[in-house]
Write a protein that binds this ligand. Sequence first.
Ligand SMILES: *Cc1c(COP(=O)(O)O)cnc(C)c1O
Length: 415
Amino acid sequence: MNCIERQDPKVWAAIAGEVARQRDGLELIASENYSSPAVMQACGTVLTNKYAEGYPGKRYYGGCEFVDVAEDLARDRAKELFGAEHVNVQPHAGAQANTAVYVSVLEAGDTVLGLDLAHGGHLTHGMRLNISGRLYHFVSYGVRPDTHRIDFDQVAALARQHKPRLIVAGASAYPREIPHGVFAQIARDCGAKLLVDMAHYAGLVAARLHDDPVPVSDYVSTTTHKTLRGPRGGMILCKARYAKEIDQAVFPGTQGGPLMHVIAGKAVCFREALTPQFKQYARQIVDNAKTLAEVLSSGGLELVSGGTDNHLILADVTPLGVTGRAAEKAMERCGITVNKNMIPFDRRKPLDPSGIRIGTPALTSRGMGPDAMRLIGRWILQVLRSPDDEELCTRVRGEVSELCCQFSLPGESEG
Ligand SMILES: *Cc1c(COP(=O)(O)O)cnc(C)c1O
């Protein structure tokens, strides 16, 4: 019996329930993943006890000699992994990384271009209620109605018209590769700086399977817990000339003490991501997404942009007579977790949109390949065609459980 179980059975029950949920269901949320046992162990260490405001060698507290080693390892490995000139590994999460970049580049009221939330953008790219939208003047670009690819004619026109100080590229629900060089050219032409937020596809960039934003942008922000498969956290990469301002914008600009246990987890994650096995893993993520996309599309789902280049699929489910919300609920009852999502030019509302977003990073971490994807694709189609069929749901739930039994969670067999 562990300490939590003994001292705090209520919290332990919640954790145990979540362990079972993660093991017995199919996790297809595109932003989620299973981090390795080594990453999770690092996050569960005494490093959580340590205050380390400042940076390695320049702390405001004593006793930092060991956490300095961990942060230096994280920074050096991130630099090697992404070929970056400077790295800050302290942002608590992706949102905090973006806020720090904004604070270092912008004054309140400055104009910024970002991808429309309804076209695949993120809350931190100017949503009205987010600090980004409250503090700065965000102007949104979108995707083309015919191809669902980013409308670069519109980006260039908005850049000429609004003369933004910053252009933000990157997305949370965009199934295609983003050509960062085109953004860089537009930014140069209008005198803006470029931030690429690669939160979703950082793992694919690390594996050299996605266009690399680092050489062409001023700043790159990311999470470490999505395709990169590390601990929940954020990070900023930038050119050496911005290093001092970025570090100041993180601390003391927008954060206090860093989460040293998570930073140790980031160091462990970056070492894993530098291995050939990680490259293989990332390749499998993309292959799995393509296989699943083919099954879903041939079964009548309308895929945004017609398919995928990366780890995710955005599908209009209304051709099958269901809405995004109903689809999410029906699949959840069968042990398949996805999220409802707006599709570009959606005529429905965010709380009950036309689409669902499906991602393969988590199932790929369990070792699933194309055969499993074809099975899962067929289950999804069956459930969406008959979302109220209880008998079907029970059968699919059973088949999902059987499949899950064949693919243990990372580290589970090691105990
Ligand atoms: C997930 C995500 C973030 C925010 O990350 P959090 O860790 O949830 O704060 C920022 N930008 C993009 C594009 C994302 O997909």
